[in-house]
Structures are given as structure tokens and as C-alpha cells.
Write a protein that binds this ligand. Structure first.
Ligand SMILES: [Zn+2]
Ligand SMILES: [Zn+2]
Length: 337
């Protein structure tokens, strides 16, 4: 099979590999769609997670089941499935504490197990969901990013009627802005630097930082002066952290959903006097079924985040678009015949 393997920063190669063989609790999937994640771009830039050389990358994928391991029930060859890349061990301290998404010994597609940027991949059967009738493979491949964004919404304590600030107009920011609508919030504000991306945050107020001399004032004005109950950081810059802290109302919550660099100077005095909550979010604690339901909800228009579908052979163009196409692209999906 053809696969995209990591050979170091800025070194991704298409090569010929053997089709993997599923273990007894796994299934073999013929890939039909694989979507590029911001974290794939970061791995190729910095290799933050220490990907071993020759790892097949990619973790947002869907396809057709080809064969199943001897202990697999409920999934059959021919089923259309979408994959969640995180496979918790079920035994470690975090797993035993009910936090399998923070497993200390997780297997992760595209990280320590062959990923979805390949014509075939193997995954544990409990980590896939069947694709509903009528949903295409590309949209279904967004199950995991939707799951993770739902964790961010949960951690940010978004309540019906509560005002929500989303900082960052990358794929995660825009996806979160769309998903948050399912919680019937008050006002939703998204900040970023690209009009093309901000306009995809349907039903939210988009504020382009480049056109707003005082971003804090613009955010507060958008909430009618009330301030924000929840803020979700989907941008990597230190300044955004303090913008969020300044815009939160008393007892508001900031969820850190992005790597921030350099290390920010945080206004802890305001955290203290306003009794703010700061928390992190990274993987999701099993929102697979909810994610599928929301992907199928036409009112949320989640399919709009997929701006490009390119054949697998055009992977170089796809990665270039995903990294640099900030005025024309959000999610870029590779398609397979
Ligand atoms: Zn991802
Ligand atoms: Zn574990």
C-alpha cells in the first residue's frame, strides 16, 4: 500500500508499505478519507511529540472495513467506519481513575501506531463508530476533532445563555465556534486574523484582530459590555491568554486548548480577585457517539470546515494548503478511491 511516513522535521515521504494485519481486537480499514490536523503540521515543524522515524502519520480517518480480528463483534467487513485515534490501555492509574483519555500508556494512531495517511490502517474495534447513512467519508473523518472540541466546550463550562469567547480562527477555533451553538449559548465571539476563516464561524461574532485596535474593548462591546463566562484558547500566542483573562466575568472559566509559546506572563491578580477558573483540555473523554450525532446535524453546518478535498496523490499540495492557506483553507481532506 502507499503511505506517508515521517522521516524528521519537514521530511514526509510517500512510500510503499505492507498492508498491516489486524490483532484479535482490531479491524483493518481501507482508507477513504484522511483529514490533516493542525497537530500533523506541528509534528512536521517541531516534532513536539517525538514521532519515531518512519511512522505513518495521520489520525483523522474513515473508510471501509476489510477484515476483523477473531475477537471482534458488532463490526463486519463492508461496514463504513470512522476512527478515534486514541486507544487507552485500560490498566494505568489514569484509566482506573476514569480518565482513559489521559491514559499514561495510550496507543495513538499516527504517533506510536501506523496512522491513516495510508491506503489501509488497523484500529481497535471499540475505537470506531459506524458512519450514518448519507454521511460522506470526509465529514465522518472529523469525528475525533469534533470529540476534542466538545471536551474543550465541556471544560470551559459553557452553559445555556452563557457568553463564550473563542480565541483563534484555525480549524479548532472555527469547529468549536460551530459546536458551541449546540449548547444554546448567549453571545459567541471568535477572534482571529483571517476574514476568510472568521466568516466560517456561522452565528458567531468574528473579530479580526488586525482591524480592531483594542481587541479587549471589541470583545466586551460584542457581549453588550457583560464580559465572557467561558473562554476557549485555540491560538498559540501568549497575548491571547491575557486577552481571555481580561474579558472573563467573575467566576468565568478559561480552557487552554492550544500549545502556547512563549510562556505567557499571566495576570494572576485578576484570576484571584475575579475567582476565575483556568483549566486545560487536550483529548476527549469519549464523545464519539455525541460527535457523530452533531456531525449529522445540518443546523451546525460542520461540513463547511472542510474547504478542500484532494486525492491522496496530491498530498504535497494538501499539506501546503493546510499549513499556509490561511486565507483559503481550513480543514484539508485527502480522499482515496
Ligand atoms: Zn487531530
Ligand atoms: Zn491507561
Amino acid at each position: 500500500m502507499k503511505a506517508l511516513a515521517f522521516y524528521g522535521t519537514r521530511d514526509l515521504r510517500m512510500e510503499e508499505r505492507a498492508i498491516p494485519v489486524p490483532a484479535e481486537d482490531e479491524i483493518l480499514v481501507r482508507t477513504r478519507a484522511a483529514t490533516i490536523c493542525t497537530s500533523d503540521i506541528n509534528d512536521l515543524k517541531y516534532n513536539t511529540f517525538g514521532l519515531p522515524v518512519s511512522t505513518i502519520m495521520g489520525h483523522e480517518g474513515s473508510g471501509d472495513v476489510v477484515s476483523v480480528g477473531s475477537k471482534v463483534q458488532n463490526i463486519q467487513p463492508g461496514d463504513r467506519v470512522t476512527a478515534h485515534p486514541v486507544m487507552p490501555c485500560g490498566k494505568c492509574d489514569s484509566c482506573r481513575r476514569g480518565l482513559p483519555h489521559l491514559c499514561d500508556d495510550m496507543t495513538h494512531l499516527g504517533l506510536n501506531k501506523g496512522g491513516v495517511f495510508a491506503e489501509y490502517f488497523c484500529i481497535r474495534a471499540d475505537r470506531v463508530r459506524k458512519i450514518p447513512e448519507g454521511m460522506d467519508y470526509a465529514l465522518a473523518s472529523l469525528m475525533e476533532p469534533v470529540c476534542v472540541c466538545l471536551e474543550a466546550v465541556e471544560r470551559a463550562a459553557v452553559q445555556p445563555g452563557g457568553n463564550v469567547l473563542i480565541l483563534g480562527d484555525g480549524p479548532f477555533g472555527i469547529l468549536t465556534a460551530k459546536l458551541v451553538q449546540s449548547r444554546r449559548p448567549g453571545c459567541v465571539v471568535v477572534t482571529g486574523r483571517h476574514d476568510f476563516r472568521l466568516k466560517h464561524a456561522t452565528h458567531a461574532v468574528g473579530i479580526n484582530e488586525k482591524a480592531a485596535p483594542d481587541i479587549q474593548e471589541a470583545i466586551l462591546a460584542a457581549s453588550g459590555g457583560e464580559g465572557m463566562d467561558s473562554a476557549i484558547l485555540c491560538a498559540g500566542n501568549a497575548q491571547a491568554v491575557n486577552t481571555a483573562i481580561q474579558c472573563l466575568r467573575a467566576r468565568g472559566t478559561l480552557a487552554i486548548f492550544s500549545v502556547v509559546s512563549p510562556m505567557p506572563d499571566i495576570d494572576l491578580f485578576r484570576v484571584h480577585v475575579k475567582e476565575l477558573n483556568l483549566c486545560g483540555c487536550c483529548n476527549d473523554n469519549d464523545y464519539l457517539d455525541q460527535a457523530i450525532q452533531l456531525l449529522a446535524d445540518p443546523a451546525l453546518r460542520l461540513e463547511e470546515v472542510i474547504t478542500h478535498r484532494l486525492p491522496f496523490a496530491e498530498w504535497e499540495r494538501a499539506f501546503h494548503l493546510a499549513e499556509f492557506g490561511k486565507d483559503e483553507a481550513l480543514k484539508v481532506t485527502l480522499t482515496f478511491d
